[in-house]
Design a protein around this ligand. Sequence first.
Ligand code: GLP
Length: 244
Amino acid sequence: MLIITAKDYDEMSQKAARYIAAEILLKPDCLLGLATGSTPIGTYQELIRIHQQEGLSFQKVRTVNLDEYYGLPASHEQSYRYFMQETLFDHIDICPDKTHVPDGLTKDPQSYGKEYDELIVALGGIDLLLLGIGSNGHIAFNEPGSYFTAQTRLVDLNPNTIEDNSRFFESKDDVPRQAISMGMKSILDSKRIVILASGAGKAQAIKDMLEGPVDPMLPASILQLHSNVTLIADKAALALVQPD
Ligand code: GLP
Protein backbone atom coordinates (compact mmCIF):
# COMPACT_ATOMS: atom_id res chain seq x y z
CA MET A 1 0.00 0.00 0.00
CA LEU A 2 1.35 3.39 -0.97
CA ILE A 3 1.25 5.82 1.97
CA ILE A 4 1.13 9.55 1.30
CA THR A 5 1.69 11.64 4.42
CA ALA A 6 0.07 15.04 4.81
CA LYS A 7 0.89 17.49 7.54
CA ASP A 8 -2.76 18.13 8.38
CA TYR A 9 -6.36 17.75 7.25
CA ASP A 10 -6.15 20.52 4.64
CA GLU A 11 -3.07 19.05 3.00
CA MET A 12 -4.66 15.57 3.02
CA SER A 13 -7.73 17.03 1.31
CA GLN A 14 -5.68 18.84 -1.32
CA LYS A 15 -3.65 15.75 -2.14
CA ALA A 16 -6.77 13.59 -2.37
CA ALA A 17 -8.54 16.09 -4.62
CA ARG A 18 -5.53 16.26 -6.97
CA TYR A 19 -5.54 12.47 -7.15
CA ILE A 20 -9.21 12.37 -8.10
CA ALA A 21 -8.86 15.31 -10.52
CA ALA A 22 -6.04 13.47 -12.29
CA GLU A 23 -8.26 10.40 -12.69
CA ILE A 24 -10.98 12.57 -14.26
CA LEU A 25 -8.50 14.24 -16.62
CA LEU A 26 -7.15 10.88 -17.74
CA LYS A 27 -10.59 9.26 -18.02
CA PRO A 28 -13.35 11.89 -18.27
CA ASP A 29 -16.12 9.26 -18.06
CA CYS A 30 -14.57 7.40 -15.12
CA LEU A 31 -16.75 5.69 -12.53
CA LEU A 32 -15.91 7.12 -9.11
CA GLY A 33 -16.90 5.39 -5.90
CA LEU A 34 -17.62 8.05 -3.28
CA ALA A 35 -17.68 8.16 0.50
CA THR A 36 -19.49 10.31 3.02
CA GLY A 37 -18.55 11.22 6.59
CA SER A 38 -16.59 14.24 7.75
CA THR A 39 -13.24 13.11 6.34
CA PRO A 40 -13.89 13.65 2.60
CA ILE A 41 -15.63 17.04 3.01
CA GLY A 42 -12.37 18.97 2.47
CA THR A 43 -11.58 16.84 -0.58
CA TYR A 44 -14.98 17.65 -2.09
CA GLN A 45 -14.50 21.36 -1.33
CA GLU A 46 -11.14 21.28 -3.08
CA LEU A 47 -12.66 19.47 -6.09
CA ILE A 48 -15.32 22.21 -6.29
CA ARG A 49 -12.54 24.83 -6.23
CA ILE A 50 -10.65 23.02 -9.00
CA HIS A 51 -13.87 22.86 -11.02
CA GLN A 52 -14.62 26.56 -10.54
CA GLN A 53 -11.11 27.98 -10.85
CA GLU A 54 -9.35 25.52 -13.13
CA GLY A 55 -12.26 24.32 -15.26
CA LEU A 56 -12.20 20.63 -14.30
CA SER A 57 -15.37 19.19 -15.83
CA PHE A 58 -17.45 16.42 -14.27
CA GLN A 59 -19.90 16.29 -17.17
CA LYS A 60 -19.07 12.73 -18.18
CA VAL A 61 -18.15 11.45 -14.72
CA ARG A 62 -20.34 8.74 -13.19
CA THR A 63 -20.53 8.03 -9.48
CA VAL A 64 -21.68 5.30 -7.11
CA ASN A 65 -21.82 5.94 -3.39
CA LEU A 66 -20.85 3.46 -0.73
CA ASP A 67 -23.84 3.53 1.53
CA GLU A 68 -27.06 5.07 2.82
CA TYR A 69 -28.88 5.00 6.12
CA TYR A 70 -31.82 2.63 5.96
CA GLY A 71 -35.14 4.38 6.44
CA LEU A 72 -33.98 7.90 5.63
CA PRO A 73 -35.47 9.56 2.53
CA ALA A 74 -33.15 11.48 0.20
CA SER A 75 -34.70 14.71 1.53
CA HIS A 76 -33.56 14.01 5.11
CA GLU A 77 -30.68 16.30 6.09
CA GLN A 78 -28.66 13.36 7.44
CA SER A 79 -29.21 11.10 4.46
CA TYR A 80 -26.11 10.44 2.42
CA ARG A 81 -27.90 11.47 -0.80
CA TYR A 82 -28.58 14.86 0.83
CA PHE A 83 -24.95 15.05 1.97
CA MET A 84 -23.66 14.35 -1.54
CA GLN A 85 -25.91 16.99 -3.11
CA GLU A 86 -24.98 19.64 -0.54
CA THR A 87 -21.30 18.82 -0.31
CA LEU A 88 -20.43 18.13 -3.93
CA PHE A 89 -22.99 17.44 -6.66
CA ASP A 90 -24.89 20.76 -6.46
CA HIS A 91 -21.64 22.69 -6.97
CA ILE A 92 -20.21 20.93 -10.03
CA ASP A 93 -21.39 20.21 -13.58
CA ILE A 94 -22.15 16.52 -12.99
CA CYS A 95 -25.28 15.06 -14.68
CA PRO A 96 -27.74 14.13 -11.89
CA ASP A 97 -28.69 10.88 -13.61
CA LYS A 98 -25.06 9.77 -13.58
CA THR A 99 -24.93 9.86 -9.77
CA HIS A 100 -26.03 6.82 -7.75
CA VAL A 101 -26.55 6.60 -3.99
CA PRO A 102 -28.21 3.52 -2.49
CA ASP A 103 -31.93 3.98 -1.87
CA GLY A 104 -32.49 4.05 1.89
CA LEU A 105 -36.21 3.44 1.42
CA THR A 106 -36.03 0.24 -0.59
CA LYS A 107 -38.65 -2.27 0.53
CA ASP A 108 -36.61 -5.23 -0.66
CA PRO A 109 -32.99 -4.68 0.45
CA GLN A 110 -31.86 -8.12 -0.69
CA SER A 111 -32.87 -7.71 -4.34
CA TYR A 112 -31.87 -4.07 -4.23
CA GLY A 113 -28.34 -4.90 -3.05
CA LYS A 114 -27.95 -7.38 -5.90
CA GLU A 115 -29.18 -4.77 -8.39
CA TYR A 116 -26.73 -2.20 -7.01
CA ASP A 117 -23.80 -4.57 -7.50
CA GLU A 118 -25.04 -5.39 -11.00
CA LEU A 119 -25.27 -1.68 -11.77
CA ILE A 120 -21.62 -1.21 -10.78
CA VAL A 121 -20.61 -4.04 -13.12
CA ALA A 122 -22.84 -2.67 -15.93
CA LEU A 123 -21.15 0.72 -15.54
CA GLY A 124 -17.79 -0.97 -16.15
CA GLY A 125 -16.62 -1.29 -12.55
CA ILE A 126 -15.31 1.38 -10.20
CA ASP A 127 -12.18 3.04 -11.59
CA LEU A 128 -11.30 4.93 -8.42
CA LEU A 129 -12.93 4.36 -5.04
CA LEU A 130 -12.61 6.95 -2.29
CA LEU A 131 -12.90 5.50 1.21
CA GLY A 132 -12.89 6.78 4.76
CA ILE A 133 -12.41 4.56 7.78
CA GLY A 134 -14.42 4.24 10.97
CA SER A 135 -12.61 4.36 14.30
CA ASN A 136 -13.39 0.62 14.62
CA GLY A 137 -11.87 -0.07 11.20
CA HIS A 138 -15.13 -0.23 9.26
CA ILE A 139 -15.22 0.72 5.58
CA ALA A 140 -18.50 1.89 4.04
CA PHE A 141 -20.79 0.33 6.68
CA ASN A 142 -19.02 -3.03 6.68
CA GLU A 143 -18.72 -3.41 10.41
CA PRO A 144 -16.29 -5.70 12.29
CA GLY A 145 -17.21 -9.29 11.54
CA SER A 146 -18.40 -8.60 7.97
CA TYR A 147 -17.70 -11.33 5.46
CA PHE A 148 -14.99 -10.39 3.00
CA THR A 149 -17.20 -11.88 0.25
CA ALA A 150 -20.23 -9.81 1.27
CA GLN A 151 -22.28 -8.15 -1.44
CA THR A 152 -24.21 -4.92 -1.11
CA ARG A 153 -26.82 -5.53 1.59
CA LEU A 154 -28.75 -4.34 4.62
CA VAL A 155 -26.45 -4.16 7.66
CA ASP A 156 -26.86 -3.48 11.37
CA LEU A 157 -24.73 -0.63 12.64
CA ASN A 158 -22.28 -1.35 15.42
CA PRO A 159 -22.94 0.53 18.74
CA ASN A 160 -19.52 2.18 18.31
CA THR A 161 -20.55 3.55 14.89
CA ILE A 162 -23.92 4.76 16.21
CA GLU A 163 -22.02 6.59 18.96
CA ASP A 164 -19.48 8.09 16.50
CA ASN A 165 -22.16 9.20 14.03
CA SER A 166 -24.54 10.57 16.67
CA ARG A 167 -22.65 13.88 16.46
CA PHE A 168 -24.55 14.59 13.25
CA PHE A 169 -27.99 13.90 14.76
CA GLU A 170 -29.96 15.64 17.51
CA SER A 171 -29.59 12.62 19.76
CA LYS A 172 -28.16 9.12 19.65
CA ASP A 173 -31.73 7.76 19.45
CA ASP A 174 -32.17 9.49 16.09
CA VAL A 175 -29.28 7.61 14.44
CA PRO A 176 -30.68 4.88 12.16
CA ARG A 177 -29.75 1.39 13.35
CA GLN A 178 -29.33 -0.03 9.86
CA ALA A 179 -27.87 0.95 6.51
CA ILE A 180 -27.56 -0.28 2.95
CA SER A 181 -23.83 -0.76 2.43
CA MET A 182 -21.71 -1.63 -0.55
CA GLY A 183 -20.13 -4.99 0.25
CA MET A 184 -16.47 -5.80 0.64
CA LYS A 185 -16.61 -7.69 -2.67
CA SER A 186 -17.53 -4.60 -4.74
CA ILE A 187 -15.01 -2.54 -2.77
CA LEU A 188 -12.24 -5.02 -3.56
CA ASP A 189 -13.28 -5.23 -7.22
CA SER A 190 -12.49 -1.50 -7.65
CA LYS A 191 -9.53 -0.89 -9.92
CA ARG A 192 -7.91 1.66 -7.61
CA ILE A 193 -8.69 2.67 -4.04
CA VAL A 194 -7.79 5.81 -2.12
CA ILE A 195 -8.41 5.72 1.60
CA LEU A 196 -8.32 8.89 3.69
CA ALA A 197 -7.65 9.27 7.39
CA SER A 198 -7.26 12.32 9.56
CA GLY A 199 -6.80 12.85 13.28
CA ALA A 200 -5.72 10.89 16.32
CA GLY A 201 -9.11 9.16 16.54
CA LYS A 202 -8.18 7.08 13.50
CA ALA A 203 -4.60 6.26 14.53
CA GLN A 204 -5.28 2.82 16.04
CA ALA A 205 -7.49 1.73 13.12
CA ILE A 206 -4.81 2.84 10.63
CA LYS A 207 -2.09 0.99 12.53
CA ASP A 208 -4.21 -2.18 12.63
CA MET A 209 -5.13 -1.83 8.95
CA LEU A 210 -1.47 -1.60 7.92
CA GLU A 211 0.30 -3.77 10.45
CA GLY A 212 -2.29 -6.20 11.79
CA PRO A 213 -3.41 -9.48 10.29
CA VAL A 214 -6.07 -9.53 7.58
CA ASP A 215 -9.03 -10.06 9.89
CA PRO A 216 -12.80 -9.59 9.44
CA MET A 217 -12.83 -7.94 12.86
CA LEU A 218 -10.87 -5.06 11.28
CA PRO A 219 -12.65 -4.74 7.91
CA ALA A 220 -10.14 -2.26 6.45
CA SER A 221 -7.36 -4.86 6.82
CA ILE A 222 -8.75 -6.55 3.70
CA LEU A 223 -7.21 -3.69 1.73
CA GLN A 224 -3.82 -5.37 2.28
CA LEU A 225 -4.95 -7.86 -0.37
CA HIS A 226 -5.70 -5.23 -3.02
CA SER A 227 -2.90 -4.39 -5.41
CA ASN A 228 -3.64 -0.68 -5.91
CA VAL A 229 -4.45 1.14 -2.66
CA THR A 230 -3.16 4.56 -1.66
CA LEU A 231 -3.56 5.78 1.91
CA ILE A 232 -3.54 9.56 2.22
CA ALA A 233 -3.35 10.40 5.90
CA ASP A 234 -2.24 13.22 8.12
CA LYS A 235 0.48 12.89 10.73
CA ALA A 236 -1.98 12.44 13.60
CA ALA A 237 -3.64 9.47 11.90
CA LEU A 238 -0.23 7.92 11.15
CA ALA A 239 1.17 8.54 14.64
CA LEU A 240 1.10 4.88 15.73
CA VAL A 241 2.46 3.41 12.49
CA GLN A 242 5.98 1.99 12.77
CA PRO A 243 8.40 3.76 10.42
CA ASP A 244 10.06 1.36 7.93
C1 GLP B 1 -19.53 6.45 8.22
C2 GLP B 1 -19.45 6.06 6.75
C3 GLP B 1 -18.07 5.65 6.33
C4 GLP B 1 -17.04 6.63 6.86
C5 GLP B 1 -17.10 6.66 8.35
C6 GLP B 1 -16.07 7.58 8.98
O1 GLP B 1 -19.76 5.41 9.07
N1 GLP B 1 -20.36 5.03 6.45
O2 GLP B 1 -18.01 5.55 4.92
O3 GLP B 1 -15.76 6.27 6.41
O4 GLP B 1 -18.40 7.11 8.72
O5 GLP B 1 -16.60 8.85 9.11
P1 GLP B 1 -15.77 10.14 9.41
O6 GLP B 1 -15.05 10.47 8.16
O7 GLP B 1 -16.81 11.17 9.75
O8 GLP B 1 -14.88 9.82 10.53
